[in-house]
Design a protein around this ligand. Structure first.
Ligand code: 0X9
Ligand code: ZN
Length: 418
């Protein structure tokens, strides 16, 4: 809305020399931010609020463009979209591009729907491998690349999409790309959370979760944090989803502050493990297909290469391997990332790489960019450099013959309870 929102708004934010109105639907949030109660939300108040809520991670560990994050959040408060929106693909555009790649390179690429989101959108994958149609790609080691589990992390969708282009288009001209497609069974899933992604693009650039209404909670809350909902249903892995002592339906015993049983929280883990259709669709590929040896999940932001465990400070048994591959990826990122165990950023349960790792899959999370919605110039640089790091990851997984069977951390050893 235009100027009358500005004049009738209870709260204002400063944008350069101008004072702009907070949209009335954000009044409650604004009241929380307005520490000095002057009805002007200063950038410093917004920054402190975002740090306290966890939307800005630990500045000693993550690389953050605080000014950009605050500015993007002000778009949320005004119920507008950041200028960077036009640099990003819509869900429909992604669907069309993947379809186009499959049509142009039919002998190495097919577009596959892994399932449907709660609002009925297909979760599209580009399946890349020589002999993809009719051939036996199941006998090859598989790698899955995912993005946009979190709706507002827009760049995390663009990198896998860019990689899909690189791999399909390189298949006819670049011997190294051809080799990867001959050796591997590759799956690229740019948008794991299509409903959330579209909601974030069109309605609320700060939206994180999926968009499933939660009638089972008896509340009007919407959405589950898909990166808290991973679970393989194996009793011996149950504590990766819900640590001992963290009871369902209670929030006073929540695991750290980064995973919650409160349906209104941004980090709501869902009513049960793998309750969400998006997570089920991905797990069916990642664990169900049987040949997947590596999973690389993209998130934003902070410039970090994260490896398991996320649920405990206990080190993984193949720590040296994770660190070696992480550092190798960081090298093509100009050493601008930090390589660390996820739990040392903060501990969560139900995260994707923990469940994969527990099933013998080499799995990492990349936190890319320095804000949720980097501008066009930054996005271009991110796409190229992070896609190169993806190729390092893929090559390492395809080259490795070891497949360690990890031991799940016991309930007694080092879970980071609140
Ligand atoms: O919280 C998450 O799911 C990831 N960060 S984000 O800002 N993209 O939401 C981090 C996942 C890594 N796992 C842990 N830190 N435990
Ligand atoms: Zn994320």
């Amino acid at each position: 809305m235009g100027p009358d929102v500005t004049s009738s708004s209870l709260f204002k934010v400063q944008e350069g020399q101008r004072m702009l109105g907070v949209h009335p639907v954000r009044n409650q949030e604004a009241a929380e931010i307005d520490a000095n109660r002057d009805q002007v939300l200063q950038d410093s108040e917004i920054r402190d609020f975002l740090i306290q809520r966890g939307d800005i991670p630990d500045l000693d560990k993550a690389d953050v463009d605080v000014g950009q994050v605050v500015s993007d959040f002000k778009a949320h408060l005004r119920k507008e979209q950041p200028a960077a929106l036009s640099a990003y693909h819509s869900y429909e555009e992604v669907a069309t591009e993947l379809e186009g790649l499959a049509a142009r390179f039919p002998d190495v690429a097919e577009r596959v729907s892994l399932g449907r989101s709660p609002e009925g959108r297909e979760i599209w994958a580009l399946h890349l491998s020589t002999g993809v149609r009719g051939g036996d790609t199941l006998s090859k080691p598989g790698v899955v690349i995912t993005g946009a589990h979190h709706a507002r992390e827009w760049a995390s969708m663009e990198v896998p999409l860019y990689l899909a282009h690189q791999m399909a288009e390189g298949s006819t001209s670049d011997p190294e790309m051809r080799r990867r497609l001959e050796q591997g069974d590759l799956w690229i899933v740019p948008c794991a959370n299509p409903d959330g992604y579209e909601h974030s693009r069109l309605e609320d650039n700060w939206w994180r979760k999926n968009r499933r209404p939660l009638p089972e909670t008896g509340t009007s809350a919407i959405g589950v944090d898909l990166n808290r909902n991973y679970d393989d249903g194996k009793p011996e892995h149950a504590t990766l989803y819900r640590p001992v002592g963290d009871l369902p339906g209670r929030t006073d015993d929540d695991f750290g502050r980064a995973t919650s049983d409160n349906p209104r929280a941004d980090t709501y883990r869902g009513p049960s493990g793998a309750s969400e259709p998006e997570v089920q669709a991905l797990i069916q590929l990642e664990l169900g297909r049987g040949n997947i040896r590596g999973v690389l999940d993209h998130h934003g932001y902070g410039q970090m290469v994260l490896y398991p465990w996320g649920v405990t400070n206990k080190p993984v048994e193949n720590l040296a391997e994770y660190r070696r591959v992480g550092e190798k990826m960081n090298k093509v990122l100009n050493n601008s990332f930090r390589v660390m165990q996820s739990s040392s950023l903060y501990a969560t349960s139900g995260g994707s790489h923990d469940i994969h790792h527990a099933n013998g899959i080499f799995s990492m999370t990349l936190e890319i960019g320095r804000s949720f919605q980097p501008d066009r110039t930054q996005l271009e640089q991110i796409r190229k450099s992070v896609a190169a790091a993806n190729l390092v990851f893929i090559d390492e997984v395809l080259a490795s013959h070891s497949n360690p069977t990890p031991t799940t951390p016991g309930a007694e050893e080092g879970y980071l309870l609140a």
